[in-house]
Design a protein around this ligand. Structure first.
Ligand code: KG4
Ligand code: ZN
Length: 332
C-alpha cells in the first residue's frame, strides 16, 4: 500500500510544504524562506512571520502538490507542525492544514517540530543502529535524547539556558555579523583562527549531560571589549574561537552520552547540525570511538516540511489522528 502524506511547516520563518511517500520518499519539498525580510530587523519578528505565512501558505502547498505529480485524491493525510514554535506562525499552518484536511476529507496529524528534525535523519538513513544518541540543536532547543528505536526516546540532557542556535544568533548579532547567526558565524570563522581569544568550554568536564551557553555569550562580549581596548579586535578570529568553543562542548557531551549509554550510533538534528565544523568534529570523534555519526543533508537540516510528513508516517500507521479542534502550543 502506498501512503502519501502532505506535510506543512510554519513554526518559525519558513513557509514549507512537502509530499512524502511511505515516510521515506520525498515526492516534493517546497520551502519559502522569509530570511531576507527578517534580516533587516536582525531577527525573526513574530507578527511579520505570521503575516507572511498567511500570504504564502496556499501557494506553497499548491506548489508542493503540483511538484509531487499527485492529485488531491492521492493524498492520504495532512500533517502539520503544531508545537513548539511562534504561536501565531504555528496557527497559520495549523488552521490551513485543518481546512485542507476537512476539504479533501482526509485525516489530520499534528507533529512535534523536534521529532520532525529527528525524522529528517530517518528519511536519509533508514538503517541507523539503535540505541542511538541524538543531539537536537536548533534555534530554540539543545537536547540529548537516548533513542531506543525510531519512535521511543528518553530525554537525558538539555541546556539550562540558551539553545546553541540562539547563542550563534546572539553572538552574531553582537559582532555585527547579521542574521541568521549560524551561517554568518561559520562564514566569518572560515577566515579566522580559533585560539587567539580564550573562551570557556562550559560544563565540558562535568559528568552530567547538561549544557549552558549564556555564559559563553557573556564571555564573548567581555573578551571582545578587552580586545577592542587593546586595538586587537578581529571579528573572524572571535567567530572562529566562539564556534570552536561551542562545537567542542556539543561534541564532547554527545560522545560522553554515547559512551555512558553504549549507543551504537550518533545522530544530529536541527538547524545547527548544518554547521560544518560540528559535522566534521562529530564524525571524527565518532570514528575514533567506533560510533557512526549521521546527520541530514543541508536542505533537510533547517526547517522543512518533508521531515514533518516523514514524522507523521508512524502516527498514520498507528491511527493517531488529531481532531479538527487541535490547538497549537508555543512550548513543550
Ligand atoms: O532548526 P532550525 O532551522 O529552526 C528551529 O527550529 O529553531 O534552526 C535554526 C537555527 C538558527 O539559530 C541558526 O542560526 C542555526 O540554526 N544554524 C546554524 C547554521 N545554520 C543554521 N548554526 C550554526 N551553523 C550553521 N551553519
Ligand atoms: Zn527547526
Amino acid at each position: 500500500m502506498t501512503i502519501n502524506i502532505l506535510g506543512i511547516e510554519t513554526s518559525c520563518d519558513e513557509t514549507a510544504a512537502a509530499v512524502v511517500q511511505n515516510g521515506r520518499h520525498i515526492m516534493s519539498n517546497v520551502v519559502n524562506s522569509q530570511i531576507d525580510i527578517h534580516r533587516q530587523f536582525g531577527g525573526v519578528v513574530p507578527e511579520v512571520a505570521s503575516r507572511k505565512h498567511v500570504e504564502n501558505i496556499g501557494l506553497v502547498v499548491e506548489q508542493a502538490i503540483s511538484d509531487s505529480g499527485l492529485s488531491y485524491a492521492d493524498l492520504d493525510a495532512v500533517a502539520v507542525t503544531n508545537r513548539p514554535g511562534l504561536i501565531g506562525a504555528l496557527l497559520v499552518g495549523l488552521s490551513f492544514a485543518k481546512a485542507f484536511a476537512y476539504g479533501i476529507d482526509k485525516p489530520l496529524i499534528t507533529v512535534n517540530h523536534l521529532y520532525g528534525h529527528i525524522y529528517a535523519n530517518l528519511l536519509e538513513h533508514p538503517h541507523m543502529e539503535f540505541p542511538a544518541i541524538c543531539l537536537v540543536v536548533s534555534g530554540g532547543h539543545t537536547s540529548l535524547l537516548l533513542m531506543h528505536s525510531d519512535s521511543e526516546y528518553d530525554l537525558i540532557g538539555e541546556t539550562l539556558d540558551d539553545a546553541a542556535g540562539e547563542a550563534f544568533d546572539k553572538v552574531a548579532r553582537f559582532l555585527g555579523l547579521g542574521y541568521p547567526g549560524g551561517p554568518a558565524i561559520q562564514k566569518a570563522a572560515a577566515s579566522g583562527q580559533p585560539g587567539r581569544y580564550s573562551l570557556p568550554r562550559v560544563f565540558l568536564n562535568r559528568s552530567d549531560l547538561e549544557f549552558s551557553f549564556s555564559g559563553l555569550k557573556t564571555a564573548v562580549m567581555n573578551e571582545w571589549r578587552k580586545a577592542q581596548q587593546r586595538g586587537e579586535a578581529d571579528v573572524n578570529d572571535m567567530a572562529a574561537e566562539f564556534q570552536y568553543a561551542l562545537v567542542e562542548v556539543l561534541v564532547g557531551k554527545t560522545m560522553q552520552a554515547a559512551e555512558q549509554n553504549n549507543a551504537r550510533s550518533v545522530i544530529m538534528a536541527g538547524g545547527v547540525a548544518a554547521n560544518s565544523l560540528l559535522r566534521e568534529l562529530m564524525t571524527q570523534r565518532g570514528r575514533e570511538l567506533g560510533k557512526p555519526v549521521y546527520y541530514p543533508s543541508l536542505s533537510l537540516c533547517t526547517d522543512n516540511a518533508a521531515m514533518i510528513a516523514a514524522a507523521a508516517y508512524p502516527l498514520f500507521i498507528q491511527g493517531r489522528f488529531a481532531p479538527l479542534n487541535a490547538n497549537a502550543q508555543a512550548s513543550l
